[in-house]
Design a protein around this ligand. Structure first.
Ligand code: MG
Length: 269
């Protein structure tokens, strides 16, 4: 099931998106969204007798994390190598503020403090329950579903600051969406799903989740051994090789097989 957050001009609503994805992860023209009563993460999935064509609504970030986005660095060996970094002995965690989250189609603002802003296409995990000290074997119990992220990074500031809060924390630096897919489990990603990033239509990243160094259950266990996760918190699982810079007016798309495509455009402040 694909759970989206959307608006028709009034307050945000939740809905279930129906329709097929084409090979580029775009929805068919006849796709519809069935409105739900309340927030399905808390209220369960309760469809109302109301639906819209997806083309007639504006999709929003499928979740605004209540507390945090926990991101993982260097979780694909080929990406660690392209950045001249070693593979870390355990998951390398950092946080992105919830204020960095934007939705599909929203602008990524190019900060005036940076001369080098990169895309990082990533699989994202959405947490569905308050949890702490989750054993890897029970990770699926706390996962609500999966979505797509772009871990936008001011690469020059990441280096000059010596830590990553600003470089990865600017407003608009965490596009999420277009919806949350709830019918997958961690095993699907071990088998491998392609993670592709396109810049102005050109393929830049062409990875597979089978190459994740630390798999999703390991990440959930590692993170929750340190901090409590809340419903709506998001884990970014790391980016494959091929990261590169974006310029103002560029269109960036992150596509994950079976999940969909997240599209945003870079805009000057
Ligand atoms: Mg990243």
């Amino acid at each position: 099931m694909r759970i989206a957050r959307f608006t028709t001009g009034d307050d945000p609503l939740y809905g279930v998106v129906t329709g097929d994805l084409d090979e580029h992860g775009e929805l068919s023209d006849d796709a519809t969204i069935i409105t739900l009563a309340g927030d399905p993460m808390y209220a369960g999935v309760k469809p109302l007798d109301e639906q819209h064509r997806v083309a007639d609504v504006r999709l929003l970030a499928p979740v605004i994390p209540r507390s945090k986005v926990v991101a993982i660095g260097r979780n694909y060996a080929a990406h660690a190598a392209e950045m001249d970094n070693e593979v870390p002995p355990e998951p390398l965690m950092f946080l992105k503020p919830n204020t960095s989250v934007i939705g599909p189609g929203d602008p990524i603002f190019y900060p005036r403090q940076s001369q080098r802003v990169d895309f990082e296409g990533e699989l994202a995990v959405v947490i569905g329950r308050i949890c702490r000290d989750v054993p890897a074997e029970q990770a699926t119990d706390v996962i609500f579903g999966y979505t797509i992220a772009n871990d936008v990074t001011a690469r020059d500031l990441q280096k000059s600051d010596g830590q990553w809060s600003r470089a990865k924390g600017f407003d608009s630096f965490c596009p999420l969406g277009p919806w949350i897919e709830t019918d997958l489990d961690p095993h699907d990603f071990v088998e491998g799903r392609s993670v592709r990033t396109f810049l102005n239509g050109d393929l830049k990243q062409d990875g597979s989740t089978k190459d994740l160094i630390f798999d999703i259950p390991t990440l959930v266990a590692h993170i929750t051994a340190a901090m409590t996760l809340l419903p709506g918190d998001v884990i970014l699982t790391g980016t494959p090789e091929g990261v590169g810079p974006m310029q103002v007016d560029d269109e960036v798309e992150v596509s994950i097989a079976g999940l969909g495509t997240l599209t945003n455009r870079v805009t000057s402040r």
